[in-house]
Ligand binder design. Structure first.
Ligand code: NAP
Length: 535
């Protein structure tokens, strides 16, 4: 029976077992009122963590060899179990995060949708990357042996969720879904800002493991402090990769730990991004008020607590840019602060805006009003020019929450130069007309080296989960810009290729056997051979 809010236990789930920690107790809190939420969650110790990772290692042999149908059914079962909890999941997440019902209902749909999308990937099987170079015994001067390649899962994976997506970047979120789809058992470090939500989803996932008849070590949910249990998890020799979404500080601490291990492992950390927007003159010839209102909506949605929120906007100097700036001020004045995720995040946002406003050459463009609840500071937009921006590192830092900086530029050359000075970003957004194409052509090569996703029109918030999406980008947007944490390509992070040379057919894994029993598409001598076309 899947757990609901009314029967939360306050315990970790270690390989299917509900286990009380030996350490301190932490409570979630309603950020709108400051009220502590029951139950308290007991934090586990290193021995208890080691039991979870040992179980994950035990589970790896059978889980990594699951056939595509059983594997995909398991992922779909997780989605079904999450939905079966019903509205109590959304209610608990609302209480713990202050996010709205509509936002969390949408996020639940995204979470179950990405699990089902990965199920389709697993059924179809292209991620196994089958390549076959058949033997060429007659080749001269030397014959070629039979070489077959496929990708295998890395081993148990540690996953850390973020506070701002209690479902889609948390217990059964994108990293967990990608790792499980790859065939890797997961040990998930619960986020202490939404412990009850984590337990509800964790139980739904652990139930799916049991219902599918899998080894219980396929999934564990552990409660502990990041700086202690999170670090111990990344250092555990069983763990073969880390998936992380959160702050730059915590992400870098995990990268350092993983690199210092006797056997280093990859860390896929999504960290900080300010998501520059480039407004061109042509885009400001249309409905400037509509553009400004849409921008303010993107900055303030979810209290600005989105990793893709537009924190920087390049606005041309001159009357069109002035009109946009004035319109932003008017649109912002109609907004009110919304409850932020935690008191600490709200305090950090206030400190960040105060610091930015105090910098020489930075001025206030406009503010909304404070919200009616606690931890709901007034949204803010500030302004400066390119020279000031380039001269001061403080202006390049992410302020997590509803704030943005408008940078006035005076020429296309200045804009392209400034773009080249930006740190790595998740996104870069262009608002342009046909008249701007010549400038954009010179800007695009710069942006390709800076960002993981380049948009024309629209706003970067709202990330489609699909096959072509990249939610990644150069450092510090991520610790490894070669990949993505959203979309089906994310599965690649938890796989590695193995080649088999001249193995007898019955010793080969199913994906590589001559009869192709799993009906996989394969690269035969480099040429793609679709399963339906094979003899
Ligand atoms: P966070 O404070 O970094 O926490 C994330 C997780 O890391 C938590 O489970 C936390 O444990 C753990 N942790 C903290 N310090 C650690 C350490 N030294 N070693 C190991 N683990 C540690 O981040 P957050 O508050 O959840 O999220 C807000 C930040 O994430 C913002 O800066 C935002 O921009 C960023 N973010 C980025 C993306 C993206 O895709 N790039 C997406 C969402 C959010 P505790 O529970 O014990 O603190």
């Amino acid at each position: 029976m899947t757990l609901t809010q009314t029967d939360l236990t306050g315990r970790s789930i270690l390989a299917g077992e509900s286990v009380a920690g030996t350490g301190a107790t932490v409570h979630g809190a309603d950020p709108a009122t400051g009220e502590a939420l029951e139950p308290g969650y007991t934090l586990i110790d290193e021995d208890q963590l080691a039991a979870a990772t040992a179980a994950a290692e035990e589970a790896f042999a059978s889980f990594s060899r699951l056939d595509p149908t059983a594997h995909a059914d398991f992922l779909e079962r997780i989605a079904d179990n999450i939905e079966a909890v019903g509205e109590e999941l959304v209610a608990r997440a609302m209480a713990e995060t202050g996010l709205s019902e509509a936002r969390l209902t949408g996020e639940r749909g995204r979470t179950t949708g990405q699990l089902r999308l990965f199920a389709r990937v697993v059924r179809q099987g292209d991620h196994r990357g089958v390549r076959i170079d058949p033997a060429l015994p007659e080749r001269t001067p030397a014959p070629r042996t039979d070489i077959r390649q496929r990708k295998i899962p890395l081993g148990p994976v540690a996953v850390f969720g973020a506070s701002n997506f209690p479902l889609a970047f948390s217990t059964a979120g994108g990293d967990t879904a990608a790792a499980l789809a790859a065939g890797c058992p997961v040990v998930f470090k619960a986020h202490n800002a939404h412990p009850g939500t984590s337990e509800i989803v964790g139980r739904a996932l652990a139930d799916a493991v049991a219902e599918a008849g899998l080894h219980p070590g396929v999934f564990s949910l552990v409660y502990g402090q990041g700086s202690r249990i999170g670090q111990a998890l990344a250092a555990d020799p069983v763990i073969q990769a880390v998936g992380f979404t959160g702050s730059r500080g915590a992400g870098l601490a995990l990268v350092a730990t993983a690199a210092a291990r006797p056997v280093p492992i990859p860390v896929y950390a999504e960290m900080s991004s300010i998501n520059p927007v480039f407004l061109f003159d042509g885009a400001l010839q249309g409905d400037v008020d509509a553009l400004a209102t849409a921008f303010v909506g993107s900055v303030t949605g979810s209290s600005g607590q989105l990793c893709t929120a537009p924190g920087l906007v390049f606005v041309p100097a001159g009357p069109a840019g002035d009109a946009f700036t004035a319109s932003v001020e008017r649109a912002l004045a109609t907004t009110a602060g919304q409850t932020m995720l935690t008191a600490a995040i709200a305090d950090s946002w206030v400190a960040g805006v105060d610091t930015l406003a105090a910098q020489e050459g930075v001025y206030l463009v406009g503010r909304g009003r404070e919200g009616d609840t606690e931890n709901a500071p007034a949204p803010a937009v500030l302004g400066t020019d390119v020279a000031t921006f380039l001269d001061n590192e403080v202006l390049h830092e992410e302020i997590f929450g509803a704030a943005s900086l408008l940078i006035r530029y005076s020429s296309p050359e200045e804009l392209v130069h400034a773009a080249g000075q930006l740190e790595g970003q998740l996104t870069a957004t262009l608002h342009l007309s046909e008249d701007d194409h010549a400038t954009v052509e010179t800007l695009l090569p710069v942006l390709e080296r800076t960002a993981g996703r380049i948009l024309a029109g629209g706003w970067p918030t709202g990330v489609e989960v699909g096959h072509a999406m990249v939610h990644g980008g150069p450092f510090p947007a991520t610790s490894d810009g070669r990949t993505t944490s959203v979309g089906t390509l994310a599965i690649e992070r938890f796989l590695r290729p193995v080649a088999y040379q001249d193995l007898p057919d019955d010793l080969l894994p199913e994906p590589l056997r001559r009869a192709n029993p799993w009906h996989l598409n394969r690269r035969l001598d480099g040429r793609l051979e679709l399963a339906g076309e094979q003899a």
